[in-house]
Ligand binder design. Structure first.
Ligand code: SAH
Length: 261
């Protein structure tokens, strides 16, 4: 069963202008305050998500305004998503983020969410569950940035040294078959369609969280570089291999594209 839409998600879906006021409302002056505010607003519900996000200092990933609940530029036309979007992604995927789970994070950008996901699948400190998160980005400089951002904390260095987190330069639209199948796939940039190859790389059972451009008459708008709307889709592959898709709320992500020349 998917979560019911929170009041905030409804606001995002039907009254996008509220995004900004809610976003600022959740900002904090420290990492812990930011996450606590997201919990207070009902945007983070699961205690494991809260702990995993408190365990990663956003200052290592979004240095200019780390504790603002808004997206921030990280160079190369990419942004680190807003903390509430990272929270939503973890909330939707949480049942598939158990100690020992395998996860693919496509469009890993700053590496922030890759680190949070790794906290969830490697278990509490000291337990060293054999989970693994693979972060993919098609811009080599951002792959280097993600690695060096994670190196800013001792725990991030250890996760990488132990092979619990790997960053790879590749076209994420093809997934990363070598590391699959995955219990969870997170896509951090808007896809033109639900790429079947990504669904193939999901374990049964497994779940994918993916923003997808809307299928309506947006082709002309897209050819002008505009978007007619994007929605998060939650794609479940059940234990029997059957696939169920649900469109859950409207969002605004940078697109999944060809690598720049
Ligand atoms: N989750 C990241 C989001 C970064 S923005 C964060 O919060 O930091 C989206 C990222 O998708 C960018 O880093 C961009 O380089 C990457 N991207 C876009 N198209 C891609 C593709 N085809 N393959 C892999 N990565 C892609």
């Amino acid at each position: 069963m998917l979560h019911r839409l929170s009041k905030y998600q409804k606001a995002l879906t039907w009254r996008p202008t509220r995004t900004f006021s809610m976003a600022w409302y959740c900002s904090g002056s420290t990492n812990t305050e930011l996450i606590e505010n997201l919990v207070q607003a009902g945007l983070i519900k699961h205690p494991r998500v809260k702990d995993a996000m408190i365990g990663v200092d956003r200052a290592h990933y979004a240095p200019s305004r780390p504790y603002s609940d808004s997206p921030q530029p990280i160079g190369h036309g990419a942004t680190i998503s807003a903390p509430h979007m990272h929270g939503h992604a973890c909330e939707y995927l949480i049942d598939y983020l158990q100690p020992g789970s395998r996860v693919l994070d496509i469009g890993s950008g700053s590496g922030y969410l890759t680190h949070v996901l790794a906290n969830l699948v490697t278990g509490p400190p000291g337990t060293a569950a054999p989970g693994q998160v693979i972060g993919i980005d098609h811009i080599p400089e951002l792959v280097d940035l993600a690695r060096s951002n994670m190196d800013k904390s001792e725990q991030g260095r250890q996760l990488q040294a132990a092979g619990r987190v790997k960053f790879i330069t590749a076209d994420g639209r093809l997934g990363w078959k070598e590391g699959g199948p995955y219990d969870a796939i997170h896509v951090g940039a808007a896809a033109e369609k639900l790429h079947p190859v990504l669904i193939e790389q999901l374990r049964a059972p497994g779940r994918m969280f993916i923003p997808v451009e809307s299928e309506d008459d947006g082709s002309m708008l897209r050819s002008m570089g505009l978007s007619s709307g994007q929605y998060i889709w939650v794609v479940d592959k059940k234990a029997d291999g059957s696939v169920h898709k649900e469109k859950v709320f409207q969002v605004s992500y940078v697109p999944l594209t060809d690598a720049p020349p």
